[in-house]
Design a protein around this ligand. Structure first.
Ligand code: BES
Ligand code: ZN
Ligand code: ZN
Length: 481
């Protein structure tokens, strides 16, 4: 979909289709010219209720309010309806009460993210014509709109949407097409196009540097582990951030093998690293004034004669020993080493992101990412960033009792909690054990196991990969600079 802003009244713009948003059932508004007909058809204009007036080529859709979230849902539904009708051109006005930025961004996020589809593995693809969408500067409340600000918001939203779609594309690739080696290649290509520096370390580096946890997870795979380190530096940065991503290009569970149904979709287990690389793309294209580094642990958790075993004891980069009780709790092992590596880069903050636990979905539901860490302010700033980006995120609190469940009789820590409850938090507490005291307040963890991938479209997200986390990270970083 191509979006263009037209500084004209809604009625003065020519387009095949007209899109009108109804706020909480209010049909008494200048944009609504079909009140009688809509009433006859039983249209109430409630949230997510849409109606098409075919002969008039109009689509009306309801929202509860002009929040970022509601407008995003409306935008996505409208974009999908246009696509299904093979529309070529359409027009829409602006909808906001006081918060021009939140409303506009919500609508544009929905419109642009809603039409993504992944067709790479289809032998026949119907090429649908592109849609040209005109956005009128006229708005629901007749507020004056600053044209330059509007253009800037839309431009920025487009960049972030491209990054989300970049992540979606990567996560949707098969585990054969996207393995640790091809993932590293993709990262290097992005680095080249976007002027980032890229260094990729293999098995020998990990061995030499004592990264025994990440190495162990990779042992049975035909692909060597790849520690990918990308760097971006703005003009005059005052702050340095390290983003760390779990990059399991496939998670069979290892010898603690996943059952067939649980293994399906585990190509998404690099969704955290995918989100980090997407954020890197957006931040470098927006030329934000920050130093941003991406550290991706790209590994495949396979089975075979070389596989690491439950009962093995591993030594991480910081010399801590880990008793392996379950080889399916592998993400935390890879991240433990990557987090040690990240702390050596001396950033101001470290945020890791991972499809870490099924338990996070049990805790928050399958659409919400979990935010964890020792610093309340940092978690809240990530929660706010999620809201601005139209993602769902909730804070899961740490406590001392849960920490005790990671005790090991044979090593310094166990990779599995001895309680079946609070698995998202105990996984994060495991990561916390690899964060030095001086970094405890400067680290946060995002568990995207739920929203990263779905077997059905939801909101602005398609079947498959959603690109979860990209908007959280970029919106958070934008506030820091
Ligand atoms: N990659 C999975 C977590 C996951 C599950 C992501 C479902 C997305 C959807 C992770 O490596 C894993 O297997 N976690 C185990 C941990 C357990 C063994 C403590 C889990 O969640 O069951
Ligand atoms: Zn696993
Ligand atoms: Zn995993």
């Amino acid at each position: 979909m191509q979006i263009k802003i037209i500084d004209k009244k809604f009625n003065q713009i020519k387009a095949d289709w007209e899109l009108i948003i109804i706020k909480d059932g209010n049909l008494k508004h200048g944009f609504v010219k079909d009140t009688k007909l809509l009433k006859e058809l039983g249209f109430k204009g409630k949230s997510e209720e849409a109606i098409e007036l075919n002969e008039k080529k109009k689509i009306y859709i309801g929202v509860k309010d002009f929040s970022n979230f509601e407008l995003k849902l409306a935008g996505a539904a409208l974009a999908r309806m246009l696509k299904a009708r093979q529309a070529r051109s359409a027009k829409i006005a602006l909808y906001f009460d006081n918060d021009f930025i939140a409303g506009t961004k919500g609508l544009v996020y929905g419109l642009l993210l809603g039409t993504y589809s992944f067709t790479r593995y289809k032998s026949k693809v119907d090429k649908k014509p592109g849609i040209s969408l005109a956005i009128s500067t006229e708005n629901y409340n007749n507020h004056k709109v600053d044209l330059r600000e509007l253009k800037a918001i839309i431009q920025e939203t487009k960049v972030i949407v491209d990054a989300v779609n970049f992540t979606r594309n990567a996560v949707n690739l098969t585990p054969t097409d996207l393995n640790p080696l091809t993932f590293a290649k993709m990262a290097k290509e992005l680095a080249k196009t976007n002027g980032l520096s890229a260094t990729v370390y293999g098995k020998d580096y990990l061995k030499k540097n004592g990264m025994g946890a990440m190495l162990a997870v990779s042992q049975a795979s035909q692909y060597p582990p790849q520690l990918i380190h990308l760097k971006y530096k703005g003009k005059d940065p005052k702050i340095k951030i390290c983003l760390v991503g779990k990059g399991l290009t496939y998670d069979t569970g290892g010898l603690s093998l996943k059952p067939g149904e649980g293994m399906m979709t585990m190509k998404m287990d690099m969704g955290g690293a995918g989100a980090v690389i997407g954020a890197m793309k957006a931040v470098s294209e927006l030329k934000l004034n920050i130093e941003l580094e991406a550290i991706l642990g790209a590994v495949e958790n396979a089975i075979g004669k070389d596989a690491y075993k439950p009962d093995d004891v591993l030594t991480a980069k910081n010399k801590k020993t880990i008793e392996v009780k379950n080889t399916d709790a592998e993400g935390r092992l890879v991240l433990a080493d990557c987090l040690c590596y990240a702390q050596e880069q001396n950033p101001d903050y470290i945020v890791d992101i991972a499809t870490l636990t099924g338990a996070c979905m049990v805790a928050l539901g399958e659409y919400t990412s979990g935010l964890m860490g020792y610093n309340d302010e940092l978690k809240h700033s990530l929660a706010k960033a999620a809201e601005r980006g139209g993602e769902l995120a909730g804070i899961l609190p740490f406590n001392k009792y849960l920490e005790k469940h990671l005790k090991s009789e044979v090593a310094d820590i166990s990779n599995l909690s001895d309680s079946k409850y609070g698995g998202a938090i105990t996984a994060a507490l495991f990561l916390g054990a690899f964060i030095e005291d001086k970094y405890k307040e400067r680290w946060a963890h995002i568990d995207i196991a739920g929203p990263a991938y779905k077997g059905k479209p939801w909101g602005e997200n398609p079947f498959g990969a959603s690109g979860a986390g990209v908007r959280i990270l970029v919106e958070w970083i934008k506030e820091l600079v």
